[in-house]
Design a protein around this ligand. Structure first.
Ligand code: GDP
Ligand code: MN
Length: 377
């Protein structure tokens, strides 16, 4: 789950990381009022769950409350990367001397958290990472020991941070580590962390991602979820405990197991097709879950065929087949359905489906070819 900038920064602030004064609003009038309260220069920032808002014109400086209202009106009317802007954050503007990139995230290679920093932070950090990776400093954090102060100081040295800032930087680093650890975040990012003209370190932007599988123990965070920006199908899928991600192709995929789902998508691609979604119905999927998954897949008008790839381990294939048939009856899909069942009672399962005029296959390659052909009409 992604958090908005204003939500992330509020959390940062609770952990002692300095942030600009400011407040979020949905109206331009209130933006003006906030600007009046803050006095002086403010920055109007679109709150959408994508990066690159600045480059898209979604972050603007206003010199007075009237301009704040005007810019808020403009930004609240924008769409950024397809997402309508519904909220703006009005922050006290900072005079910037330097922009630093600073984050903690999961490092799959080392299987540990990793702290990443760069003196060349700001809106071009992706380009820095691609073209001058030597400007990016990384330190793994031992999850049992936690972040050590000397590690934070090493980072400060490595990014050539002047000595005067080491103390504050270390405090921010320790704070960010606590944020990352205590919220079960997979990302806690400050970009930019700025050195202001009056020589303060302050988190100007914030981004957090929380591990969905840990949300059950963070009801306060779970409540922060902004479903405005999720595809309706993804919201529906979440209700049934399905992992679903909409994609741009035309072959709907219903698979049990995330690895099998990835493989199925690869094999569809291999035979010239294009998956319409990633969907993992999980283990022991009953008829109700299968029906929900089928409804979700079929709400996408691009879907021209559906490929079921089910491994019957714990759940027997004949049970899965019965689930599919109940779901078919309920959803009455108009597109061809290709089913590959393997595992316990696979033959019996296939027979049930063939009797219901579904296309069956024994191997994944065969199933993918049939689905690709079916999608082409
Ligand atoms: P992003 O583009 O979505 O990452 O949004 P940011 O909040 O990081 O803002 C983008 C850029 O706008 C920053 O890198 C800064 O250069 C600039 N910016 C943001 N806030 C301020 C501010 O208070 N003062 C000044 N001078 N520039 C700002
Ligand atoms: Mn940013």
């Amino acid at each position: 789950m992604k958090l908005h900038e204003y939500q992330s920064k509020n959390i940062f602030s609770k952990y002692g990381i300095p942030i600009p004064k400011g407040r979020v609003t949905t109206t331009a009038q209130e933006a003006k009022q906030i600007a009046e309260e803050l006095g002086g220069l403010v920055v109007i920032k679109s709150q959408v769950l994508v990066g690159g808002r600045g480059k898209a014109g979604g972050v603007k400086l206003a010199k007075d409350p009237n301009e704040a209202e005007q810019l808020a009106t403009q930004i609240l009317g924008m769409e950024i990367k397809g997402l309508p802007v519904r909220k703006v954050l009005v922050d006290e503007a900072s005079a910037i001397d330097q922009e630093i990139y600073f984050a903690i995230t999961d490092d799959r290679a080392s299987k540990k958290p990793i702290m990443i920093a760069s003196a060349a932070g700001g809106v071009d950090i992706e380009e820095v990472a691609a073209k001058t990776p030597e400007k990016i400093v990384k330190v793994n954090i031992d999850p049992l020991l936690g972040l050590r102060e000397y590690q934070a100081r090493d980072i400060a040295v490595a990014i050539d941070l002047p000595r005067d800032y080491w103390r504050d930087f270390t405090k921010i680093a320790m704070g960010l580590w606590e944020v990352y650890k205590n919220t079960d975040a997979s990302l806690a990012e400050i970009n930019p962390l700025v050195i202001t003209k009056d020589k303060k370190l302050i988190a100007l932007d914030g981004k957090m991602m929380i591990d969905d599988n840990a949300l059950f123990r963070h009801p306060d965070l779970a409540e922060m979820r902004d479903t405005d920006e999720d595809a309706p199908a993804e919201i529906e899928a979440r209700k049934y405990g399905l992992s679903f991600i909409k994609l741009d192709g035309n072959i709907g995929c219903m698979v049990n197991g995330a690895g099998l789902a990835m493989t199925s998508m690869d094999v569809i691609k291999l035979f010239g097709g294009d998956p319409a979604n990633f969907l993992d119905v999980g283990g022991g999927a009953g008829a109700e879950k299968v029906a929900a998954a089928m409804r979700i897949i079929l709400t996408d008008p691009n879907v021209k065929a559906v490929l079921f790839n089910i491994f019957g381990g714990i759940t027997r294939c004949d049970e899965v087949a019965k689930g599919i048939l109940v779901a078919m009856d309920e959803v009455k899909p108009k597109v061809p359905m290709v089913v590959r069942l393997v595992g316990t009672n696979a033959e019996e399962g296939r027979r049930l489906l063939e009797n219901a005029n579904m296309i069956t296959a024994e191997t994944l390659a065969d199933a993918a070819k049939k689905a690709v052909a079916a999608a082409k009409g």
